[in-house]
Design a protein around this ligand. Structure first.
Ligand SMILES: Cc1cc2nc3c(=O)[nH]c(=O)nc-3n(C[C@H](O)[C@H](O)[C@H](O)COP(=O)(O)O)c2cc1C
Length: 221
């Protein structure tokens, strides 16, 4: 059965869901997400800030899907994706990959029809005390999002030695890095705005892995 999404896209400016994918109270990724929110607002965009705790879901189990069940966290995530023109995720890297609860919520949201990640633009960023800044986790996050038809922006931002990289006011202490961070966000904003006003940029999305048509394995919409 097809569920009609509650779309609220009446905002006049380009709007961005910004999600910190850390549940930790003193999260470095939340700091980075807040910096992204400030830059978006500075350049005229609207921000819808979210914490992963709003999108929390029970462990995915197909047996729970009876009678069109979707957890509240998945409904909220779906609605917020649809209500904005694009989304930005600042995600920690856990053991070289994305946090399990983020993947779990993505799996739940992927079960809605229409599938809300399709055709949305997304920008990925990470912060970590390590020298790689959590960048491997972002590569793992690209895989499900791209598989679901999201246009994941090629340039990702990973903040290395993040525990030493913020000023007390929450800015990046390295000026060159701060300017690259802002430039990357502005370039992403321009793309999202262009895609909003020039729908010809939208691409057809088909996941085709060579399998024969079969409702049991169909992923094509
Ligand atoms: C279970 C676990 C696994 C981790 N694995 C990695 C890792 O693979 N790479 C990395 O750069 N940092 C890793 N870290 C360190 C996190 O980057 C660090 O705790 C970071 O502050 C988490 O993000 P947050 O501050 O936004 O919560 C790991 C932390 C935990 C708790």
């Amino acid at each position: 059965m097809t569920i009609e999404p509650e779309v609220n896209n009446s905002k006049s400016h380009t709007s961005f869901l910004i999600l910190s994918a850390s549940l930790r109270s003193d999260s470095l990724n939340t700091r980075l997400a807040k910096l992204a929110a400030a830059a978006i607002e500075k350049h005229g965009g609207e921000v819808d800030f979210a914490s992963m705790s709003e999108f929390d879901c029970p462990s995915f189990n197909q047996d729970l899907e009876k009678e069109n069940f979707h957890p509240k966290g998945a409904e909220e995530f779906r609605n917020r994706i649809l209500a904005n023109d694009a989304f930005i995720i600042a995600s920690p890297e856990y053991n070289g990959s994305m946090p399990g609860f983020l993947k779990n919520s993505i799996d739940w949201v992927s079960r809605f029809r229409p599938q809300p990640f399709k055709d949305k633009h997304a920008l990925l960023m990470s912060a970590s005390p390590s020298m790689a800044g959590g960048n491997r986790g972002l590569w793992s996050l690209r895989i499900p999002l791209e598989g679901l038809g999201t246009n994941v922006y090629p340039a990702m931002f990973s903040l290395a030695t993040a525990h030493k990289s913020f000023t007390p006011e929450g800015n990046l202490s390295d000026e060159v890095l701060a300017s690259r961070f802002e430039d990357n966000l502005v370039a992403f904003m321009n793309l999202v705005e262009a895609a909003k006003h020039y729908p010809c940029m939208k691409r057809a999305w088909v996941e085709f892995l060579g399998e024969k048509p079969d409702p049991a394995v169909e992923r094509v919409e």
